[in-house]
Ligand binder design. Sequence first.
Ligand SMILES: NC(=O)c1ccc[n+]([C@@H]2O[C@H](COP(=O)([O-])OP(=O)(O)OC[C@H]3O[C@@H](n4cnc5c(N)ncnc54)[C@H](O)[C@@H]3O)[C@@H](O)[C@H]2O)c1
Length: 250
Amino acid sequence: MHSLEDKVVIISGAVGGLGEAFARAILDAGGSVMLTDVSQEGLDRLAAELGDRVHTRTLDVREEEDWVRAVDAAVARFGKVTGLINNAGVTTSRCLLEEETAEQFMGIIGVNLLGVHLGMRVVIPHLRANGGGSIVNISSGAGMMGIAKTGGYAAAKWGVRGITKVAAVELGKDAIRVNSVHPGIIETNMTSRLGVSSEPGGLPSAPAGRAGVPSEVAGLAAFLLSDAASYISGAEMTADGAWTAGPVPA
Ligand SMILES: NC(=O)c1ccc[n+]([C@@H]2O[C@H](COP(=O)([O-])OP(=O)(O)OC[C@H]3O[C@@H](n4cnc5c(N)ncnc54)[C@H](O)[C@@H]3O)[C@@H](O)[C@H]2O)c1
C-alpha cells in the first residue's frame, strides 16, 4: 500500500459504506481523516472505533458554511488539509425521466453535484496554501453510460465527471490533482434493495460476475490521494469489475 503519512483528508458521507472504507484505507496507510456526514450518531460510532487520527464534524454537503466549519476544524486539529474525497450521495429516484419531478431531480443534484462543487470551492484555497493536494470526486458507472431510471442521478454523476476535468485543468499549476472515481455496483446501504451480492454469481451483468465490496474501491482512492499518483490528474477511473467496459459475452 502507498504511504499516506502526513496526509490529512476530508471525507464527506463518511458514515456510509464507501465512506467508512475510504477512512479505514487512509488510516491503514498512515494518514489522518476528518470524517463528515449528516449523521451525528454514525460519526460518533466511527470516532469511537477508529482511534486517534480521526476527527469528526456534522456536515450537510449542500451548506457552504458547514464545509467552512469542518475544514477549519480539520486545520485546527491536524494543522493542514492535503486531500478531499467528495463521497456523500443519495440514490436515484428509480423512475423514468418523464416521471421524475423537478423536486426529485433537484434534490439529487443538490447533494450529488452542488455538494461536490461546494466541497472543492472551500477546500481548494487550503490545498493551495499547503503547496498542493489531491481531490477525489466519487462519480459512478452511471456517469459513464446511460442507465434507465437514473435521470437526476446520472445528470449529477456525469456532472461530477465534467467538473472534475475543469478543476484538474484550472488547478494543475497549483499542484492540485483532481480525479473522478466511478464505482460499479458495490454492496452498501445504497444498493441493498437491488438484490445483488459480492458472492460469485451475485451480479451476472458485470463481467466479474459479482458486485464489489467497498474496500475494492477504497484502495483506488487511497492511491489517488498518495504521492505515487503525482502525475495523475483529470482522469476518470473505474472500479467496477469491467461493468462499464462492455456486455458480458454470450
Ligand atoms: N454503492 C454503489 O454501488 C455506488 C456505485 C457508484 C457510486 N456510488 C457513490 O458512492 C458514494 C457513496 O455511496 P454509498 O454506497 O457508500 O452510499 P451510502 O448510502 O452507504 O452512504 C452515503 C452517505 O452519504 C450521507 N449523506 C447523504 N446526504 C448527505 C448530505 N446532504 N450531506 C452529507 N452527507 C450526506 C449519508 O448519511 C450516508 O452516510 C455516493 O456518492 C454514491 O452515489 C455508490
